[in-house]
Design a protein around this ligand. Structure first.
Ligand code: PEP
Ligand code: MN
Length: 335
């Protein structure tokens, strides 16, 4: 439920209203804009009598809203959230491309690709050190050593680092990482989300393989409820009956999420399709649909990549995608 207050509400009356709502075990989230103050009530609002609140002098309107998420809800926070990563902004008209290999494989590989994607126009660098693999016999990532190599690539290229955490017990290794990624398989690891909510670090939250948009937003709500407002959503394709592509890219999720939330929404066309030749058209489609950025897998030698080579672009192919995407973006839409 939200309560929209009249301009300049009388302080004593506002205090009385606040105390009364709190006495009903409700938490209150205040959103103060230039002209309007909105109170978002968190908790069981079924006990609240709308007519009684409407009758108060300081109240302009009361609305029951059905969404169970408050912090991520655009209704409480109409302005786009801009997440600033070392000066690279995402959201609110700022577009960023995150690129890099699926996994960190060696110092030479990770530093070389960082240089190449930076030259082509990437604003952030990705690379997996901890890899969630379907098979326990597949390459599991270089783990701590992989994070160290990413730090070398950061030092050399100057690009901020995005990398995935798989377990809460590894979080101490992510101190110098710029953006912590929560992968699709961990989207509903609620204890991990709560811990990330207590941190002051941007989180890139990927949509679960079979998660609805409501579940996706509720997971973002977990992080924001802990006080961390720097959340970026990533649509990366969902499971459908179709097997021709690795996943099915849910393009409609982009404008729909942006209607429902103020958080930036980016798209990963690499995992969404699993096929390198489809990355460019899907990246262009995502940009045209209003995404705030892209995450694209790039490898210097896709045929020999230890993970996800089939969907990885060469640096030259990546440069071509950046050019094509820039043609689609509204003028000056780069953070
Ligand atoms: C990744 O980005 O490396 C990854 C594993 O993606 P997802 O969690 O979307 O499968
Ligand atoms: Mn991958």
């Amino acid at each position: 439920m939200i309560i929209i207050l009249k301009d300049n509400p009388e302080e004593k009356q506002l205090d009385n209203l606040t105390q009364w709502l709190k006495s009903m075990d409700l938490d209150i989230h205040f959103s103060t804009g230039e002209n309007t103050t909105i109170m978002g009530l968190i908790g069981d609002t079924s006990v609240v009598d709308i007519d009684l609140i409407m009758a108060l002098d300081i109240v302009q309107a009361v609305k029951r809203i059905s969404e169970p998420y408050k912090n991520v809800n655009r209704k409480f926070h109409p302005k786009d959230t801009i997440v600033d990563i070392a000066g690279n902004k995402i959201g609110g008209g700022n577009f960023q491309i995150i690129a890099g290999p699926c996994s960190v494989e060696s110092k030479d590989q990770v530093c070389r690709i960082a240089r190449d994607v930076k030259a082509a126009g990437a604003g952030l660098y990705r690379g997996g050190a901890f890899k969630p693999r379907t098979s326990p016999y597949a390459f599991q990532g270089m783990r701590e050593e992989g994070i160290n190599l990413l730090m070398e690539a950061k030092k050399e290229s100057g690009l901020p680092i995005v990398t995935e955490v798989m377990d809460i017990s590894h979080l101490h290794l992510f101190e110098d990482v710029d953006v912590i990624q929560v992968g699709a398989r961990n989207m509903q690891n609620f204890e991990l989300l709560k811990e990330l909510g207590r941190m002051d670090k941007p989180v890139l939250l990927k949509r679960g393989l079979s998660s609805t948009l409501k579940e996706f937003l509720m997971s973002a709500e977990y992080i924001m409820a802990g006080g961390n407002e720097k959340v970026i959503l990533c649509e990366r394709g969902i499971r459908t009956f179709e097997t021709a592509t690795r996943n099915t890219l849910d393009l409609a999720a982009i404008p729909l999420l942006k209607e429902k939330t103020h958080l930036p929404v980016i798209v990963d066309p690499s995992h969404a399709t699993g096929i390198a030749s489809l990355v460019k058209p899907m990246a262009m489609a995502a940009a045209a649909a209003g995404a705030d950025g892209l995450m694209i897998e790039v490898h210097n030698d896709p045929a020999h990549a230890l993970c996800d080579g089939a969907q990885s672009l060469t640096p030259a192919q990546f440069a071509d995608v950046v050019k094509a995407v820039n043609l689609i973006l509204p003028h000056a839409f780069r953070g």
